[in-house]
Design a protein around this ligand. Structure first.
Ligand code: ACM
Ligand code: ZN
Length: 625
């Protein structure tokens, strides 16, 4: 009986749960809208609310249905999606229209109005613009709305007015599925995150040395052989001796799965750019078809990370192969851009290969760098003839850039600058700010990563337009992208940990006006996003609140410790005797001698409030430097 009562109480609690805000709303939209006005009024959405779209317009209906599904997920009601011609009026409804008729908003901008708190209208010039308006609307809901266990009867949303548009046309996230592979459901979830932050490109890294992940019907061995490796390196690639796990690893996406993902992304206004790596990072393809290498093999699908000497030979057979692969790739991906890789292709094999040397001679090329350029240009011609354009990593500049190529600048910004100065388009993705496989917190307490240190504030401070460019050249910087290489990221939770919240920070770099960026203001909007990640069941990083403990040398080569926080107005108190630090403990003001210290305990404060829990580090006697 008791248990039954408990159940009834629980069910009642679920039915009548109050999901509304009590105090005046803080608006936490990321990326920050260009203009935002918050009124004191509230718009109430309940079982009588509808989503009214201007008809006839199938794209708006689809956006409306997705919005209705979102609301239904955590509500006791699902709004009806109705064309305006049938709805006749708008009261307590959400109205979607693409009759904004204001060219200053472009293709991606939108306006939200919450007329006197009666209804919400989202207007744009295009369905894409309406979609981004709806993404902002989602962020007016409290975190409970993202939790499928909720069953709210009504939602009170702050009545706001927004005018917004994108700063950069290319806003990208990348995903490496070769080093580790992720289920179709996760790729979709990743796409949802991109949509939430108004990204419009997913760069899908489908092939590499450690696995070929796309079904190609003309070459079944690519996935029968090339998708599988015998084992995988354990721990960091820099550690010797190398240790392997002895477990076969692999998998691939079927063409039908790929179509499903491409369609899923298209509904979210995201273009997927497939990457097929050439001429390097080709071990998996060569393991399947050894005749395409310079030595004839045998080759293996690689089991550790790095750059490998065996690359595609420049013989005719390779082009026949690649063209057939690209035919199927083009059939699967409607994207104008196809990424052809081009990075990290050692020239060792080409130097020793009779056929490659013959190509250099017969084509009148100076060296192997020009041979790589010739290779890429040949592929470019093929893709151009099919109405597509190439993107390549910045190595495609070496030996001469293909005439229509867009450069993805990853070894710093020099490649992007050179491309823009030559009148080519470029996408910035420098390792310094845009490699989300790098550490985001103190490596001492973070999960194993490839290296680097790219904390959230650094991503947020990134400026994609290099100072070296004139205004005209700057127009060639289409935008930027974060890369998520998966050597050390094995599971979906590892990926989300590395991108959340860094992809939120980059979204603001890419979408919001440059002058509106303010780190402290961004930091203040983050907790609402953390709550949403939690409601969605996503693993995310709180490293922004972590104290970075740096070993440094003080005067006279004394080993010292420096403590750093990126939290705005963050103040650190610490102890070295094992006791819990508080505001009566030593306050960190300058680096100090570490010689007597074995345990360091720290507490971060901001505006008089604790930020997170006590953080501690065991301090080893020897300084690292
Ligand atoms: C790259 O990180 N090799 C593009
Ligand atoms: Zn060769």
């Amino acid at each position: 009986m008791n248990r039954y009562l408990n159940l009834v109480i629980l069910l009642l609690a679920l039915v009548f749960v109050n999901c509304n805000r009590t105090e005046k709303a803080q608006i936490n939209i990321i990326p920050k809208p260009e203009r935002l006005y918050v009124s004191d009024r509230i718009v109430t959405l309940d079982a009588d609310s509808r989503i009214v779209f201007e008809d006839p317009n199938p794209a708006l209906r689809l956006i409306g249905e997705a919005l209705a599904d979102f609301i239904a997920g955590s509500s006791s009601f699902k709004p009806e999606v109705v064309p305006y011609s049938l709805a006749k009026s708008i009261e307590n409804d959400i109205y979607l229209s693409m009759n904004l008729n204001d060219s200053t908003f472009g293709d991606e901008g939108y306006q939200i109005k919450s007329n006197n708190g009666q209804f919400i209208s989202i207007q744009a010039n295009t369905a894409r613009g309406v979609f981004y308006g709806v993404q902002s609307l989602y962020q007016l809901f409290p975190a409970e709305a993202y939790d499928l266990n909720q069953n709210c009867q009504e939602w009170e949303l702050p009545a706001i007015t927004v005018s917004d548009k994108a700063r950069f046309a290319y806003r990208g996230m990348h995903l490496d599925v070769s080093r580790h592979m992720f289920p179709v459901e996760f790729v979709k979830q990743y796409i949802d995150l991109l949509a939430m932050y108004k990204y419009n490109h997913l760069h899908w890294h489908l092939t590499d040395d450690q696995g070929w992940r796309i079904e190609i019907k003309a070459f079944p061995k690519l996935t029968e052989v090339g998708a599988w490796r015998n084992e995988t390196l354990v721990g960091h690639g820099g550690v010797r001796p190398k240790v392997f796990d002895g477990q076969a690893y692999g998998g691939f996406y079927t063409q039908s799965e790929i179509r499903e993902i491409v369609d899923y992304a298209a509904l979210r206004y995201i273009t997927i750019i497939p990457e097929i790596e050439m001429p390097g990072h080709a071990s998996a393809a060569l393991a399947a078809y050894p005749e395409l290498g310079c030595t004839g093999g045998p080759y293996k699908v690689e089991t550790s990370w790095g750059v490998f000497d065996d690359i595609f030979c420049t013989k005719e057979e390779t082009f026949t192969f690649l063209e057939q692969v690209l035919d199927e790739v083009m059939d699967l991906f409607p994207s104008t851009y196809i990424h052809i890789g081009g990075d990290e292709a050692p020239k060792t094999r080409w130097k020793a290969c009779k056929q490659c040397q013959q190509t250099i001679k017969s084509e009148g090329l100076a060296d192997e760098h020009e041979l790589q350029s010739w290779f890429i240009q040949r592929i470019e011609k093929y893709l151009n003839a099919h109405g597509r354009r190439i993107i390549g990593w910045d190595e495609i500049l070496e030996g001469g850039l293909a005439p229509d190529a867009t450069v993805m600048s990853w070894r710093g910004t020099a490649g992007g600058i050179a491309a823009a100065q030559m009148g080519h388009d470029a996408i910035m993705t420098p390792g310094s700010h845009c490699y989300f496989d790098h550490y985001q917190g103190d490596p001492a307490v973070e999960p194993l990563a490839i290296g680097g240190y790219t904390p959230l504030s650094k991503v947020y401070a990134y400026e994609p337009i290099p100072e070296e460019l004139t205004e005209k050249q700057s127009k060639h910087i289409l935008g930027a992208q974060a890369n998520v290489w998966s050597e050390y990221l094995k599971n979906p939770e590892d990926i989300t940990y590395m991108v959340l919240p860094r992809m939120a920070a980059l979204s603001e770099v890419l979408w919001s006006p440059a002058k509106s960026r303010e780190w402290e203001n961004f930091y203040d909007r983050l907790p609402a996003h953390f709550q949403r990640y939690k409601a969605l069941g996503l693993n995310y990083s709180l490293a922004v609140n972590q104290i970075k403990v740096e070993k440094i040398l003080l005067a006279d080569s004394v080993a010292g410790l420096n403590l750093k926080t990126e939290v705005p107005n963050g103040v650190i108190y610490y102890t070295t005797d094992g006791t819990a630090p508080d505001t009566l403990s030593a306050r960190f003001l300058q680096p100090f001698d570490q010689s007597e210290i074995t345990i360091l305990k720290m507490q971060l404060y901001r505006n008089g409030q604790k930020v997170g829990d006590i953080q501690q580090r065991a301090i080893s006697v020897s300084a690292d430097k």
